[in-house]
Structure formats: C-alpha cells, structure tokens
Design a protein around this ligand. Structure first.
Ligand code: MCN
Length: 794
C-alpha cells in the first residue's frame, strides 16, 4: 500500500515504509533515562501519608513523631499549604452546571477516597521517609460511604455535602425525534450494559523530581503532558512560565493515565520551592493502582428501535458515569466523548445520548486509552448483535444494512458530528477475506463434543480523534479550557542535519521514527539525519502534548507543513543559485535540481550552507533555514475498521481463551505500517484485558480490593494469540498527509468483539447476555443460570 503525500514533489521514499524504531536501540540497551534514573545533589525524597478510610472527617493529625525521625526534613499537612487553588479540572461547558469539589494537594478537613493524601513527608532517605509517613498519626471520624453509582444517584450518602447531591452534571447530545423514531420501529430492545472501571497500568510507574534553584523551577515528570504541567505549575506556584521548565524524559507508557496534573507533581514542586532542595518521589505499584486515575466505569441504559428488515430507526443511550470522589484534569469530559460517536458506523436517523455524571467514594476516573469511545463502541456493537438475535438476522448482514455508505469528504451524523471520510463496507469485506464465520461455526460444532464452545464475534467501529479544532473544543463551544492545535519547529543545521521540535510528547508511540520519515521525505534526506526532540518545555515552542490519538494527525501534520516551508525556501535558494525559475526546481533523489537536468542540483547540506553563509541569497531573503508552524485542524479525524475475535470456552470451568484475532484498521495512508501494527497490537491487548481480566474493584466500604497486580490481572503473551492485521487506506480530507489516529483504535474496537464472540459460543447453552469482565466464574454462573431456566439439571 502506498501513501499519498502532498507537497513539493517530495515523493514517498520513507513515508509508507516499515522502518524499525529509531528509539529502540537506546531503550533495549538500557540507555534510556527515566525519572528514576535522574538524581541531583542534595536531593530529598517524598512520601505520602494516605487515607485508609474511604470517607471520613480528619479530627487530628500528629506529625511530631515523624518529624523526630532521623533524616526527616519536613512534614506538611493541608494547613501548611499556601496555594490558593487546588488541582485543576479543565472542562467548563457553556450553559451546564458542573459540581466540582475543591481538590487540594493534601486533603483538607476530610478524606473522600482510600489513598487521599493527608500529609507529605520529606527527608534525606528514600526508605526512611516511608517509615516516617507511618509515624504520622491521623485520627479519622468515619462517614457513610457510597461506591455504587446507581446508589449514589438514587440518594445514597453524600460524597461532598456542600452540593446536596452526588450528581456532578447532566449533559446531552442528540439529533432527530426520539418519539417518532421509536414509533417507526417494529422491534425495540433495551439493555443495561456495564463498562467496568479499569487502570492504565503503564509499565513505568509515575515519578517526579522537582528542583527550585536560582529562581527557576525544573520538574522532571513521567507525564504525557509536560506543557500542560508547566502551565499549571505557573498558575499554582506563581512562578512565571519562562522560569518553569518541565521535562518528560523517557516515559514508559501512559495509556492516558499520565494525562493529568497530579497532587504528587504539584506537591513535590511546592516542597522543593519551600526547602530550596530537589525533591523526588517515585510511585509504588500499589499507590499507582490507588491514585493514578482510573477509566471507564459507566453504566449504559440503551434502547434501540429497528424495522423488521433491520433498518435502525432510533437509538437512545443514557449514560451513568461514575467519576469518583474528585474531578481531575478531564474527568467529567470523558462521558461526553462517548456521546460524540454514539452513531457508530451506522446511518441511524435518530440518536440521543444523555449523560449523568455522579460522585462516589472512589478515586477519579479520567482518560484511559480510548476515553469514552471504547464505552460507546462496546454499547453499539454489543447492541447490534443483540438486535441481530432478536431479528434472527446475520449480525454482519444487519451491520451492512445500516452502514453509512462510503464517503470521501464529510458525512454528518444525526447528532451533527461531521465524520471526515469512511468506507466501512470495504473494511468489513477485507476482514472477511481473512476469516469466514461459516468456517468458525463448522469448527465450533466439532469442538462442542469435547466440551469446548467456540464462537466468533465482530466489531465494526469508528472513533473520533486528532484532537482537535480549537473552535470546536474550546471554551465557548465545548468548554475545554484550551485549544487543539499543535506546533512544530524544524531547524536545519549549517551542515545539513535536521532537528524537529514537536509539541507532542510520545511515551511509546514511536514519534521519533514516524515524524522523522515525514520530514526526511520533504527535505530529501535520510530519516537518520532528523532528530526528533520532544517532552522538554525549554526546547521548541509551546505544544499540547500526546493523548486522544492526536499526535500524527495534528503534530505530524504540523511537522509536514513546517518541513514544506523549509523545502519552499530551499527551492527559492536553489533557483536563485542555479539561475532557474523556482517552478522548474524539483526535489529528486536527495537533490533540488532543475527539472530535466538532474546533474545540476543542490543537497539540503548545500542549501543550508548557502542559507548560513548568505553571500548569494535572493534579494530580501533572511539568512537561515529554520521554520515553525502552529497548526489548528479544520476537523477531527475518524479512523475506523472491522475486527473479528474467535474464542474457545471450557464449559466446565467457564474459562475463555481468545484463539484468533483478525483486525482491519483504517487510519488513512500509513506513515509507518510497523508502528501502526504495534499500536493495534497493544490496543487489542488492552481491550482483551478489560473484557476478560482487568477490573478495578472496591468493596462496599470503599476499600480497594484490586490494589496490586496479584489481584488486578493483566494479560500476557501466554494468554493471547498472534494477531492477524491488515489495513485499508481511506485518506482524510482534513490534513495534507491524509492520516488519522491509530493509538487507541484497537482498544476501542476490541471489547465488543470479545463479548460478541463469547455470546456466540454460549448461544447453544442458552446464554443471551452477560457483562464484562468475562471471568470464568461469571461465565460459569451464566451457563448454570441458563441451564436452570431451560429446566436442565444445573
Ligand atoms: N501512525 C502511522 N501512520 C498512520 C497513523 C499513525 O504511522 N496513518 C503512527 C504514528 O506516527 C505514531 C503512532 O502511529 O507513531 C500513533 O499515532 P497516533 O494515532 O497519532 O497516536 P498518538 O501518537 O497521539 O498516541 C496517543 C495514543 C493514545 S491516546 C494512547 S492512550 C496510547 C497510544 O497512543 N498510549 C500508549 N499508544 C501507546 N503506545 C504505547 N507504547 N504506550 C502508550 O502509553
């Protein structure tokens, strides 16, 4: 498959190639530098005293014993904090009231979830500060706890009394007449679908090192959002932004969980300002499970209507979203993202989504890979299979009947969301070139005699990413207190090598490779000559970081446009030097030359030489060869695809094994198919993890009972098949690269394919519906219940 690349006759020498990642040699030979690899002279360590109670008044805090412990330099409580504001939440939707509690770096008067930080201990030794934290005596007066969102909204104990309710907000998005839509339907089905809470579970825990020195604050943090962090450090500490530097060194994954401004980041920075010494904190895995934000935790009450022939007439989803006790950076904004894609890939004329967000005594939810779109896709694709059952129709035929027909330049959904381009039928057709459901069903029949139930499940999806047009997401439109643009600077050095500064902040996605391919093609050089610099706010311009599969479609496009500006200037210089017309200059085989005379030409190094020794530049041209772009896209981008999952279930034990996975994804022309495959593999694994194994669980008293990886099961290679991946390439009209995001696509697609496969397998046993996570116990119980209903011996 080839990629379309716009501009300057640049060709596609590197774009489209499966180049190996430039960043990997240093990462796999131990030469990467993570926060915990960095130490500074005079460095202190921080440890946090955390609440063991899910909800309680703090009646007293005695720090005296901790302060006496050898090496302890300071112990702080909320009374010591002189910050005027707490941790930020950045969504203020116009016309919608959002009940947002104060969220202090250290709890004030009361704790609202297990792990709520109550005191900060700072000392000279990494381990003795942890002991000292245990010496802090906090007395609590327990308050009633609510962990179930349905109980919380129905008048359960109040999480924050001042609001008189646990409701955070109501928010709706819809188009078309629901009553008329359902009146037209021959069949209406309703389900309650639970999308349980999960963790990001990045391989590197969070960590912070803050140093205040000579009036400048430098913070190294394992974060996805160094630029955001710098801005909020300025707001919360009062230090001007030019005196604050944030560095995200190597970051060992985030999966959304490091898209936040955390208490530990602000607390360590604040303590280092107070103490005039560097302060470091590295998260333990159990702290990570407790106070690194969680995701999902939605209940979807869905009602859909269709004609007897399968044509959808109306779709109504009510989302109850459990936000936890506090709202972190984007917490209440995530469920509305579900609403944006609730049409899925279907031409449903009436689609409404009503979000109710609620507080409970759990830690905050926020963006975890997919952020709202996996929840929507799960609901849509599970419902499509449920409807197919009701209509006694083939689930793929039902999908085909309702697919939005192929479009290249905009399709407006019932809700007024304009998808950029799509060809959903092509993705499904391609998927079926790889796998035939009839074959799987034949195999299933043979296996059943041995007690194994095989099933196949599908998911056809689209999602919204490439965040974002500022005028669509910004304060007056959607309420995000920020923009959606991205920056890029290209510096061509005098000897012809190139540095690209991007405002994105990768943490595993491979930007150093893909972005170098884009720039290299436009400048006629090898990608090894392009260094991609990111994650340090002291280099390059302000940027908006990495999340929401935005980096390539926004940041990569900014890089492409900047490289094109450099190429345009190079063209002018070469035309002048070769005494030719600029229109006659083309970039071919690493040289700008006169069309038809390939021998007369200049390489980038020669052009750079001319630009920096400006004896013979066109009249009025500035010396130098650096350029910069701030790119704000016209629309989001909407990748799509079709996935198939085959499972085997042991009916005796209820254990599910995924035995085959075929994925066809369309993220526009591939910059690097190897990077795409890596993203899709990781994404699917994330989805399978949620569907079968992973679950953050609190008991009724608000205790976290999945506090370690012993209780919170992550899938490993041993549980998974080798994935079969393929692509279609439908260019986006939104950017010149034609690209869409792929970082979350696999996760968004995956969970309904697993659930549909499990239900397909269990159908002969009479099981018609079940919720994730599809644990052996849950499956076994469903089988027993179905047998009981059928009158068979359980
Ligand atoms: N790509 C490509 N050609 C395309 C589309 C994408 O070569 N047509 C490549 C890009 O160049 C980039 C990668 O695919 O190297 C992902 O690009 P994009 O979809 O723009 O996503 P982002 O770079 O913005 O990454 C964010 C996304 C998100 S939101 C989560 S969560 C996530 C993910 O990426 N977390 C990850 N992938 C992850 N991968 C790793 N290893 N670790 C994480 O924490």
């Amino acid at each position: 498959m080839s990629a379309t690349v716009a501009g300057n006759g640049a060709g596609t020498k590197y774009v489209g190639q499966s180049m190996r990642r430039k960043e990997d040699p240093r990462l796999i030979t131990g030469q990467g530098s993570y926060v915990d690899d960095i130490s500074l002279p005079g460095q202190l360590w921080a440890a946090w005293v955390r609440s063991p109670e899910a909800h309680a008044k703090i009646t007293s805090i005695d720090t005296s014993a901790a302060k006496e412990r050898a090496g302890v330099v300071a112990v702080y409580t909320n009374a010591d904090l002189d910050m005027e504001a707490g941790l930020p939440m950045a969504w203020v939707p116009p016309g919608v009231e959002v009940n947002t509690p104060d969220h202090w770096v250290l709890a004030k008067d009361a704790v609202k979830h297990v792990g709520d930080p109550v005191a900060l201990v700072v000392g000279t030794d990494r381990y003795s500060v942890v002991d000292a934290a245990e010496d802090v005596i906090v007395e609590y007066d327990p308050l009633p706890v609510v962990t179930d969102p349905e109980a919380a909204i129905a008048g359960g104990p109040l999480v924050h009394e001042q609001f008189g309710t646990n409701k955070v907000c109501d928010w709706s998005l819809g188009g078309g007449d629901l009553e008329a839509g359902f009146a037209e339907a021959d069949v209406i089905i309703e389900r309650r679908i639970v999308n349980h809470r999960m963790a990001g579970a990045a391989i590197e825990p969070r960590g912070v090192l803050a140093q205040y020195r000579a009036g400048k604050l430098t913070v190294w943090s394992s974060t996805q959002v160094p630029h955001f962090l710098r801005l909020f450090l300025t707001i919360l500490t009062g230090i001007p932004e030019d005196r604050v530097r944030v560095v995200a060194p190597e970051v060992g994954g985030g999966f959304g969980s490091k898209l936040n401004i955390y208490a530990e980041e602000i607390g360590c920075a604040w303590a280092s300002i107070k103490l005039r010494r560097p302060v470091k904190w590295i998260e333990t895995r159990s702290e990570g499970m407790m106070v690194t934000h969680h995701g999902r935790d939605q209940i979807n009450y869905v009602k859909i209507g269709a004609k007897r022939d399968g044509t959808l007439t109306a779709w109504h989803t009510k989302i109850l979203a459990d936000l936890g006790a506090y709202q972190t950076l984007l917490t209440p904004l995530i469920p509305p993202l579900s609403a944006f894609v609730m049409s899925g890939v279907y031409n449903t004329p009436v689609v409404h989504t009503d979000v109710t967000a609620v507080m409970t005594n759990k830690f905050a939810t926020d963006a975890i890979r997919g952020a709202g779109r996996p929840e929507a896709t799960h609901t849509i694709e599970v419902m499509m299979d449920q409807l197919a059952q009701e209509l006694d129709m083939d689930p793929l035929e039902l999908r085909r009947k309702n697919f939005i027909p192929p479009f290249e330049n905009g399709h407006e959904t019932a809700m007024g969301i304009v998808y950029d381009s799509g060809n959903y039928v092509a993705a499904l057709d391609k998927l079926l070139e790889h796998i035939d459901p009839a074959d799987v069903h034949r195999e299933a029949e043979a296996l059943r005699e041995k007690g194994t139930y095989r099933g196949i499940g599908f998911s056809t999806y689209t999602e919204i990413c490439g965040n974002a047009p500022s005028r669509a997401v910004g304060p007056s439109a959607f309420g995000l207190q920020g923009g959606g643009w991205e920056s890029a600077t290209v510096r061509v050095h005098a000897s012809g090598s190139v540095t690209l500064y991007t405002g994105t902040s990768p943490h595993g996605q491979g930007h150093e490779t893909g972005f170098a391919q884009i720039v290299a093609d436009r400048l006629g050089i090898d990608p090894s000559m392009v260094e991609v610099v990111h994650g340090d706010t002291d280099t390059g311009p302000f940027g908006l970081d990495t999340y929401g599969s935005r980096s390539l479609a926004v940041g990569g496009e900014a890089a492409a446009r900047t490289a094109k500006k450099v190429a345009d200037k190079a063209t002018q210089i070469v035309a002048h030097q070769l005494e030719a017309a600029p229109e006659d200059i083309e970039l071919r085989d690493g040289k700008w030359s006169v069309r038809g005379s390939p021998d007369r030409g200049m390489t980038l190094a020669e052009v750079a030489g001319a630009a920096y020794v400006p004896e013979n530049l066109p009249e009025g041209m500035e010396p130098g060869l650096d350029e910069q772009t701030f790119y704000d896209p016209e629309n989001f981008v909407f990748p799509f695809g079709a996935h198939a999952c085959v499972v085997d279930i042991d009916a005796e034990t209820g254990k599910v094994k995924v035995v085959r996975w075929v994925a066809v994804d369309d993220c526009g022309p591939a910059i690097n198919p190897l990077l795409i495959d890596g993203q899709v593999h990781g994404g699917i694994t994330h989805g399978i993890g949620q569907a079968l194994y992973e679950r953050i669980e609190y008991d009724e008293s608000g205790q976290l009972i999945t506090g370690t990886f012993v209780d919170y099961a992550l899938p490993t290679a041993a549980e998974l098949p080798s994935y079969e991946t393929d692509r279609t390439e439908t260019p986006s009209p939104v950017n010149t690269l034609g690209v869409k995001g792929v970082g979350e696509a696999g996760t968004i697609a995956a969970t309904p394919a697993v659930l549909n496969a499990v239900l397909d397998a269990l159908r002969p046993l009479g099981v018609t519906f079940i919720d994730m996570p599809l644990s052996p116990m849950r499956i076994w119980e469903a089988i027993q219940e179905a047998k009981g209903k059928a009158g068979a011996p359980a």
